[in-house]
Design a protein around this ligand. Structure first.
Ligand SMILES: Cc1ncc(COP(=O)(O)O)c(C=O)c1O
Length: 390
C-alpha cells in the first residue's frame, strides 16, 4: 500500500485528507504540485533490484500510487486499486468469481453493469438475481448456497433510489458473501460504505472525483488488504486496465476540491429539486433531499448531504422530454455526470431496450453554476410544453 503524505494523520478532517493524502512536497525541487511521471520504465540498481520501488509503468507509477493512497484515505480502506475506467474497476470485482458462483444485485444500477453481466459474465457461468434491496425479505430470499457477492449502487443511476447499506452488509456477511458498494454518485464526501459494512467500494473516477469532465478512471477500495486485494491487483497488472499517469494526476488534482464542489452540487440540486417539484410541467422529481422522497429517511441517516444527481419526469412521454431538453440554452444535453457543467440526459434513449427509466425521465447532473441561472433555463425550457399538458 502506498503511504499517506508524511504530514497526514488518520485524525485529520476529510478536507485536509482530500488536499494532502498521497502527496508530499517534491523533495528534489520543492514543487508543491506533484510532478507527472510519464516514464514507462525505471532504472534497476547495479545488483538488479528496484530499490526505488518502480520497475514498469503497468506495475506501478508514482502518480497512480499517490492517487491510490489518497483514495484509501478518503474511503478509509486499507488498499485502493485504480483502473482505466469505472467499468474496468467493476470488471475487476466480477472477475474474482468462478463459474457457478451467484451474485445478488439491486434492481436499479448503472446500465453498463447490467450489460457486463449479461454480455460477458453470464457466458463465464456466473449466475445472478436482481432484487429490490430496499426489501430485506426479498433480498434474503435470493440467497443461494453459491451466493458469493452482493452488488449495490446507492443512490442509483438513473432512478436515484436510496438503499440502506448496513442491513445489506449484514445479510451478505451472514451468508459468507462479499458486499461491494458503488459510491460514484455519493462520493466519500457524502457517504463512506466501508464504515457501514461494505467490503469493497467501487468508483467511476470519471465523475465527481475528477470533477471536470476531462479524465476517465475507476477504482476499487478495499476495507482490508490481503488475498482479495491481491486478486484485484493481479487483474490490474495482468489484465492491463491501468490508469495513465496524466489521468491519475488530473483526478488527484480534482479530488483537492471535491469537498467544496460537493457542497455546491448539493445546494444547487436541493433548490432545483424544490423548484421542479412545484412546476406544473413536471409530474415527478426523484431526489432524496425532498422530504417526500422514498429515500429521504435512509439518505438522512447514511449520507452527509443528498448529492448532486436528480431525475425528473416531464408530463407526457418521450416527445415531451425531448422537446424540453431541446430548449435548454445553458444546461448541456450530454451523458455522464459529476462535472462542473450541468448536464441533462434522456436515459431511456441511451440505455436501450433493457432500460428501467421511463420515457418521460430526464436525469440531471447539477453543476456549479449559479442556481438562479439554472432555474431560469429550466423554467424557459419547461414552458415549451403545450398548455394542455400543464
Ligand atoms: C454510476 C456509474 N457507475 C459506473 C459508470 C462507469 O464508469 P466509466 O464510464 O468511468 O467506465 C458510470 C458511467 O456513467 C456510472 O454512471
Amino acid at each position: 500500500m502506498a503511504p499517506m503524505a508524511d504530514s497526514i494523520k488518520k485524525s485529520h478532517g476529510f478536507q485536509t485528507i482530500a488536499v494532502h493524502a498521497g502527496r508530499n512536497v517534491d523533495p528534489s525541487t520543492g514543487a508543491v504540485a506533484m510532478p507527472i511521471y510519464p516514464s514507462t520504465t525505471f532504472e534497476r540498481d547495479t545488483d538488479g533490484a528496484f530499490s526505488r520501488g518502480y520497475s514498469y509503468i503497468r506495475d506501478a507509477n508514482p502518480n497512480r500510487k499517490a492517487l491510490e493512497a489518497c483514495l484509501s484515505a478518503l474511503e478509509v480502506g486499507e488498499e485502493a486499486i485504480a483502473f482505466s475506467s469505472g467499468m474496468g474497476a467493476t470488471f475487476s470485482v466480477f472477475q474474482i468469481l468462478s463459474p457457478g458462483d451467484h451474485v445478488v444485485l439491486h434492481r436499479d444500477m448503472y446500465y453498463g453493469v447490467r450489460e457486463l453481466i449479461n454480455g460477458i459474465f453470464t457466458r463465464y457461468g456466473i449466475q445472478h438475481t436482481v432484487v429490490d434491496m430496499r426489501n430485506l425479505d426479498e433480498t434474503r430470499a435470493a440467497v443461494r448456497p453459491g451466493t458469493k457477492l452482493f452488488w449495490l449502487e446507492t443512490p442509483t443511476n438513473p432512478l436515484i433510489e436510496v438503499v440502506a447499506i448496513e442491513p445489506i452488509a449484514a445479510i451478505a456477511h451472514e451468508h459468507g458473501a462479499l458486499f461491494a458498494c458503488e459510491n460514484t454518485f455519493a462520493t466519500p464526501a457524502l457517504q463512506r460504505p466501508l464504515e457501514l459494512g461494505a467490503d469493497l467500494v467501487v468508483h467511476s473516477l470519471t465523475k465527481y472525483l475528477s470533477g471536470h469532465s476531462d479524465a476517465m478512471g475507476g477504482a476499487v477500495i478495499l476495507k482490508r488488504a490481503g488475498d482479495l486485494a491481491h486478486k484485484i491487483r493481479d487483474f490490474q497488472h495482468n489484465g492491463g486496465a491501468v490508469l495513465s499517469p496524466f489521468d491519475c494526476w488530473l483526478i488527484l488534482r480534482g479530488i483537492e476540491s471535491l469537498p467544496a464542489r460537493m457542497r455546491i452540487h448539493c445546494e444547487n440540486a436541493q433548490k432545483i429539486a424544490e423548484f421542479l417539484s412545484a412546476h406544473a410541467a413536471v409530474s415527478k422529481v426523484r431526489y432524496p433531499g425532498l422530504t417526500n422522497d422514498p429515500g429521504h429517511a435512509i439518505a438522512k441517516r447514511q449520507m452527509r448531504a443528498f448529492g448532486g444527481m436528480l431525475s425528473f419526469e416531464i408530463r407526457g412521454a418521450r416527445a415531451e422530454a425531448f422537446l424540453v431538453s431541446s430548449r435548454f440554452q445553458l444546461i448541456i444535453r450530454a451523458t455522464s455526470l459529476g462535472g462542473t457543467h450541468t448536464l441533462v440526459e434522456h436515459r431511456a434513449s441511451i440505455e436501450g431496450a433493457h432500460t428501467r427509466a421511463p420515457e418521460s425521465l430526464l436525469r440531471m447532473s447539477v453543476g456549479l453554476e449559479d442556481t438562479a441561472d439554472l432555474i431560469d433555463d429550466l423554467d424557459q425550457a419547461l414552458t415549451a410544453l403545450p398548455g394542455s399538458l400543464l
